[in-house]
Every structure is written in C-alpha cells, then in structure tokens.
Design a binder for this molecule. Structure first.
Ligand code: ADP
Length: 151
C-alpha cells in the first residue's frame, strides 16, 4: 500500500490545492489531505470549516481522506504508516522553502520521501493568501476555489 499525505493550512482550499491533490490521488492508494493545526499560525477560517470544505471538495474520491492533525507532520506519518509527503510547487520561491522542509523531514524520519508536484498552468497564480485578500475586500472568489464549495 502506498500512502501519502498532502499537508497544508488550506485556509481556504483553492483550485491549486485541488489540482495537486487530484494528481496525487492517481499515484497513491490512499491520500490524506490533512490540515496541520498550527497554534502559531493565525487562520482566517476555523479548522472545522476548512475540513468541511475539504470533505465537500473530495466527496467523490474514495481514496482521499480529509483530516486534521496536530504536531509534526512526520510524527503523524510514523503513526499512520505514511511514507510520502506531497507538496505543490508554483515558483522557485516555493522550491527554496520546500527543499529545506523536505531535508529536515528526511533527517527526522529517514524513510519519508517528499514528492513535489506542479499544478497545471491555469492554477499557477492561485494561493490561499490571495483568496483571503479578495474575501476581505468583498471580491468574488468563485473561480479560485473548488466548484463544489461556496464561501
Ligand atoms: P502551508 O501553510 O503548509 O504552506 P498551504 O495550504 O498554503 O499550506 O499550501 C499547502 C501546499 O499546497 C503547499 O505545498 C503549497 O506550495 C501548495 N500550493 C498551494 N497553492 C498551490 C498552487 N496554486 N499550485 C501548486 N501548489 C500549491
């Protein structure tokens, strides 16, 4: 069984996240799309709300499980037999940050592999922070978030 986790804040989930998760779901037997509850990071939406949106987005994909977890991602991986971490890349900036995290995770848990996926071109510019900015200013985010959800 190949089991992977796609961890993130998903504050809120975007079409970029959805694109990456759907690609990963074709590559692994089980994919956890997982909200890491980070006490230091202030989120715009509650973890319950974010989880509900994840569940709605992936309701038709039986090998995707939406969950929340606390603590280090690798500790969750150890407990749940997960050997692959999925992260999405948009820019070289993402790459630089993600490379350091991937190496740190590898040092802490040598059997973990981080798999980087790139999103399709229409989603390259989409980020949760842009979506939050649009929401704060009462703009329309319909084309930035998955079709199955409404904000
Ligand atoms: P985090 O706070 O862990 O960065 P995010 O929810 O912002 O959580 O992002 C989760 C993952 O999704 C990260 O790997 C991020 O690079 C990736 N991601 C977000 N938006 C996109 C996008 N449009 N295309 C590709 N990857 C994306």
């Amino acid at each position: 069984m190949k089991i992977a986790i796609f961890p993130g804040s998903f504050d809120p989930i975007t079409r970029g996240h959805e694109n990456i998760a759907l690609k990963a779901a074709t590559m692994f037997d089980t994919l956890y799309v997982a909200i890491g509850e980070n006490l230091e990071k202030k989120s715009m939406f509650s973890s319950n709300q974010r989880l509900t949106w994840l569940q709605k987005t992936f309701v038709n994909y039986p090998n995707i499980q939406c969950i929340t977890y606390t603590g280090l991602t690798i500790d969750f991986c150890k407990k749940n037999n997960i050997n692959f971490i999925i992260r999405g890349l948009r820019t070289t900036n993402d790459f630089e940050n993600e490379l350091a995290i991937a190496h740190a995770n590898k040092q802490l848990y040598p059997t973990i592999e981080t798999v980087f996926l790139i999103c399709d071109i229409p989603y390259l510019h989409i980020s949760s922070s842009i979506v939050r900015e649009i929401i704060k200013n009462k703009g329309n985010v319909r084309n930035f978030i998955p079709k199955r959800i409404e904000i």
